[in-house]
Design a protein around this ligand. Structure first.
Ligand code: PLP
Length: 493
């Protein structure tokens, strides 16, 4: 018999393989008057498994309960506050999910002819227009499936442009406050990355860029707002420096939640920018589901956009594949259409005033959080932030309490921890992004808990080092879990 570990309604749940009993079935049917078919009667033997041993056999209610319980172990934005910095874990209105499931959209087949797909083509065309307007850019491709994928599309367009001009530039400048994907993208796009140090205010100074900028540099990749939650206030000047030497400015706009309706990145000299629809525009980020990382460009780069491109000719929408300079396809068909649909519904339902208000509230909430926690936790860059703020464990170090302990203790209080140990430029970072969808009461509860944890660190540090206590699994060997994930049932735990 397994150990009884249930507490209240938090039930322990074995693996489905352990739950199964031979011969148990998920259905019961009246006795049939035809011969029962064997799998071998119906399926070619080459497609059949050799052995069936060990497969779980369960009743329907066992299966439903198993997965319902597992789903309750999961912590999501629908269950509580989720201040995971750089991820914009905000609540997305359910109506947009509803719209994405309408059969007129969900049932469309990508091979359906254009004249029978005018509605969805129009939707894509208009969504591109909205995103161009929001970012201040000229053209948009909705194809990339993620932020990092949009970055790659953008860098490939820059490379194609430079090649067409007969140039082979080798380097890409990346500030130390850029998102980690910017470094990966520059090297996957075959560029050598040159790091630019941010200044004492946590942003990139024009001098730092000027001293590295030369004719070998294809582009600078700037995250704005950057990973410290700060606005890159010199971007316009930096863009001029880069442009003067024939380079491009790539802006990582995944954190657009802070800027909508307030700043148009295109006005700051940005040539390419990607957005994360699965952060800002009504698809949850990090849920393991599909995402979309549209990439927006200025006119000069338009010939290089991924194919197909949606065009409007008279009153008709069509897909154009005949674009000889295109970098090609980034994704099968047109990208993750359901995500695009939710973004479209979200933008229409918010309106331009509403989107601006989203960003204002996101910034206000982050600054409120920052102001109230300052003094309890060390704030390395003490200046107004955008949509997120970064604290560290410096005040708690003397009690031998670390960022990890603080994050784990939050779990005991029913909160998802913030992003920790990122950005790398800050030692022991705790990066908190409250988003606009939290109420003041919700924020206050989190703030008071953080203050309580700071007190515990001083008075009873062991409590933090032993956290979390009130959970099924305590501290996991995260390195082992990442390096040797156990994805297959072998009969042993
Ligand atoms: C989330 C994020 C990304 C990466 O987006 P993915 O969809 O996870 O690839 C890139 N840059 C920034 C600033 C981000 O916050």
């Amino acid at each position: 018999m397994r150990n009884i570990k249930d507490t209240g309604l938090i039930q322990e749940e074995p693996l489905i393989f352990e739950l199964g009993r031979q011969g148990r079935r998920g259905y019961s049917l009246p006795r049939w008057d035809v011969k029962e078919a064997e799998p071998t009667d119906l399926i070619p033997s080459t497609l059949l498994r050799e052995e069936w041993e060990g497969f779980p056999e369960l009743s329907e209610v066992d299966v439903v309960r198993h997965f319902t319980r597992l789903s309750q172990w999961n912590y999501g934005v629908d269950s509580g506050f989720y201040p995971l910095g750089s991820c914009t874990m905000k609540y997305s209105p359910k109506v947009n999910e509803e719209v994405a499931r309408w059969s007129g959209f969900a049932g469309v087949h990508p091979y359906q002819p254009e004249d029978l797909s005018q509605g969805i083509l129009r939707l894509m065309y208009e969504l591109e227009g909205f995103l161009a307007e929001i970012t201040g850019m000229d053209h948009v491709s909705l194809q990339p499936a993620a932020g990092a994928h949009g970055e790659l599309a953008g860098m490939m367009m820059i490379r194609a442009y430079l090649q067409a001009r007969g140039e082979r530039r080798k380097k890409v400048l990346v500030p130390d406050t850029a998102h980690g994907t910017n470094c990966s993208t520059s090297s996957i796009a075959s560029y050598q990355m040159v790091e630019i140090k941010s200044n004492e205010k946590g942003v990139v100074g024009p001098e730092a860029v000027a001293s590295e900028m030369d004719e070998e540099v294809a582009a600078i990749m700037v995250t704005n707002p950057n990973t410290l939650g700060l606005f890159e206030e010199h971007l316009k000047e930096i863009a001029e420096i880069v442009h003067r030497k024939g380079g491009f400015v790539y802006c990582d706009g995944a954190n657009l939640n802070a800027l909508m309706g307030i700043v148009k990145l295109g006005d700051l000299g940005v040539d390419v920018v990607h957005l994360n629809l699965h952060k800002t525009f009504s698809t949850p980020h990090g849920g393991g589901g599909p995402g979309a990382g549209p990439v927006a460009v200025k006119k000069g780069l338009a010939p290089y956009l991924p194919i197909p491109v949606v065009e409007k000719v008279g009153e008709t929408y069509r897909l154009n594949e005949d674009r000889p300079q295109s970098i090609g396809k980034m994704k099968a068909f047109y990208g993750n259409f359901g995500v695009l649909l939710k973004a479209y519904a979200y933008i229409l339902s918010m309106g331009s005033e509403g989107l601006r208000r989203v960003s204002e509230m996101a910034v206000l909430n982050a600054n409120y959080l920052m102001k109230r926690l300052k003094g309890h936790y060390f704030l390395p860059y003490d200046r107004p932030c955008m949509h997120e703020c970064v604290f560290t464990d410096r005040f708690q170090e003397r009690f031998d309490v670390s960022t990890l302990d603080i994050a784990k203790r939050l779990i005991d209080y029913g909160f998802h921890p913030p992003t920790i140990y990122f950005p790398l430029v800050v030692k022991g970072a705790m990066m908190m992004e409250p988003t606009e969808t939290e109420s003041k009461q919700g924020l206050d509860r989190f703030i008071e808990t953080m203050i309580e944890i700071a007190r515990e660190a001083e008075e009873n540090p062991e409590l933090l080092r032993q956290a979390p206590q009130k959970v099924k699994v305590r501290r996991l060997d995260e390195v082992l879990a990442a390096r040797k994930p156990k994805l297959k049932w072998t009969g042993e735990k």
